[in-house]
Design a protein around this ligand. Structure first.
Ligand code: FES
Ligand code: FES
Length: 486
């Protein structure tokens, strides 16, 4: 997939490497887009420059009416941020729609922006909220409005030697309401068929300014300029909302593709715009008035296990299930392949190899990740837990001596059919239970939304997760698996 893996630890070093390698290198952080593209042979590259060890690039700041998001801010960081819920509400909603928990914990906003697909969920809310991006290279820094950044499908103004250092946007005011709506072919892990972001400024009941952006309807995400003009000075009564839905059809020339025909996109756009405006008219559109989905557990990093980012040089030294490993021939591999081929741990499965099925789910420094999307060097000096390490640790007996309660529940409930998806289901489900011993059905469904079972045994799998009672669980903070059986 790549020949050389570089992991600089300073911004200066990173920019020098970018200048040196230019088009031969690609930046990798969460890896959730880059590794999929490399698996598919899109934009092949010889060199990856891993920026996850850079200090001070993972932050969310609010200052004097402005929000700043560091280049390593993930979708999950946004979802969990009270500041973003207050000041960038539609962005939070969009982040909740991205992939699955295993993706949101790792995928960065910066990565989503530079991938530049018109279907990417975070572009439309950031465009509607008039965001700008800060690009940096050895030549200096430049600030570009997001509106000018996109040049076509997956084409941007980003130069090969530049790094997206920060996203800036004006914070929502008390007079504004925002909303993100997405139509996909399923509820999770779906690429948008169309999406729309609304940012309306009200003077009483009247719209005094409208910013509405549309995804998947043109080569880039676009503003619905005619609709924005129409809404100015209007009250959002039912007739106006209906009319707006009709008017927006004239602004787009949708594409036909595998997800939907142009006709379908045009007709559903009408419904999406009308519904969105009606919901805003009813007062939705801010953290105070709109309930977000339950926070997906199974994503919180285990702070006691987070490793200090470490420079990397060829040999991966890592701890897997409490045992130190030295992997000498895995630097060009995914973590999944390194686990299976180099560490001999074949419990984690490859179903799709591109982040769609969750069969490869493991914990990396306490977070659930899809190991097929993690470059193996990111496990250097980190702690990995695989299905082989899930069985509870009894100090006198070591790992694996007693089944994890969730494993037992899967057996008791008959939750296993062919078994291929089960390692991933267990790793995602056990992390959920570690973080919330009393999940409800919605949380369980969200936590497992990245895990697909081809035998379609979801009901019993969810029942098994919800079946575990307090008497069967006891948090053992000393254990990486954090659950022990009494
Ligand atoms: Fe990794 Fe399918 S998500 S193999
Ligand atoms: Fe067969 Fe899930 S039990 S894939």
């Amino acid at each position: 997939m790549w020949q050389t893996y570089l992991r600089p630890t300073s911004l200066t070093e990173t920019l020098d490497l970018l200048a040196q390698y230019g088009t031969q290198a690609r930046i990798v952080a969460g890896g959730t887009d880059v590794l999929v593209e490399l698996q598919r042979g899109v934009k092949p590259t010889t060199t990856l420059i891993d920026v996850t060890a850079l200090p001070n690039l993972k932050y969310i700041r609010y200052d004097q009416g402005s929000l700043s998001l560091g280049g390593l801010t993930t979708h999950d960081d946004i979802i969990r941020s009270a500041v973003c819920q207050q000041y960038a509400f539609s962005l939070v909603q969009a982040c909740q729609e991205v992939g699955a928990p295993q993706i949101r914990t790792r995928a960065t906003i910066a990565g989503n922006l530079v991938t530049a697909s018109p279907a990417n969920d975070t572009i439309s809310p950031l465009l509607a909220q008039h965001a700008e991006i800060v690009l940096i290279s050895v030549r200096g820094e430049r600030i570009i409005p997001l509106r000018d950044f996109y040049q076509g499908v997956r084409r941007t103004l980003l130069q090969p030697d530049e790094l997206l250092r920060e996203v800036r946007l004006p914070a929502m005011s008390a007079q504004q309401r925002g909303l993100f709506l997405k139509l996909g072919l399923r509820r999770a892990q779906a690429i948008a068929v169309i999406n729309a972001s609304f940012l309306l400024t009200f003077n009483g009941e009247e719209v005094c300014e409208a910013s509405i952006t549309l995804g998947c309807l043109a080569p880039t995400v676009i503003h619905a300029c005619g609709l924005e003009a129409y809404l100015q000075g209007k009250r959002l009564d039912p007739a106006v909302c209906q009319q707006a839905g009709q008017l927006v059809q004239d602004e787009v020339q949708p594409i036909d593709d595998i997800r939907a025909s142009a006709t379908y996109r045009r007709k559903t756009l009408t419904a999406l715009i009308t519904t969105g405006l009606q919901r805003l008219a009813n007062g939705e559109g801010s953290g105070q008035t709109t309930t977000l989905l339950s926070q997906p557990a199974a994503a919180e990093p285990n702070q006691t296990n987070v490793s200090v980012p470490h420079p990397f040089a060829d040999v991966i030294e890592t701890t897997i299930n409490g045992t130190p490993y030295r992997l000498e021939h895995a630097q060009q591999k995914t973590l999944l392949n390194a686990l299976r081929e180099d560490a001999g741990l074949t419990g984690s499965k490859e179903g799709c190899g591109e982040g769609e099925c969750g069969a490869c789910t493991v914990w990396l420094d306490g977070q659930v990740v899809m190991s097929c999307l993690v470059p193996a060097p990111q496990a250097h000096h980190a702690h990995v837990t695989t299905i082989e390490g899930l069985a509870c640790r009894v100090p006198s007996s070591g790992y694996g001596s007693q089944l994890h309660p969730l494993q037992q529940a899967f057996i008791d409930r008959g939750a296993v059919q062919c078994g291929f998806c089960i390692p991933g289901m267990l790793m995602a489900g056990a992390k959920l239970l570690e973080e919330d011993p009393h999940p409800d059905m919605e949380q369980a469904q969200i936590a497992l939304s990245g895990n697909i079972c081809r035998c379609t045994g979801y009901r019993k799998i969810l029942d098994a997760i919800l079946s575990i009672g307090d008497e069967e669980r006891n948090i053992d903070s000393a254990s990486p698996t954090a659950l022990s059986v009494k």
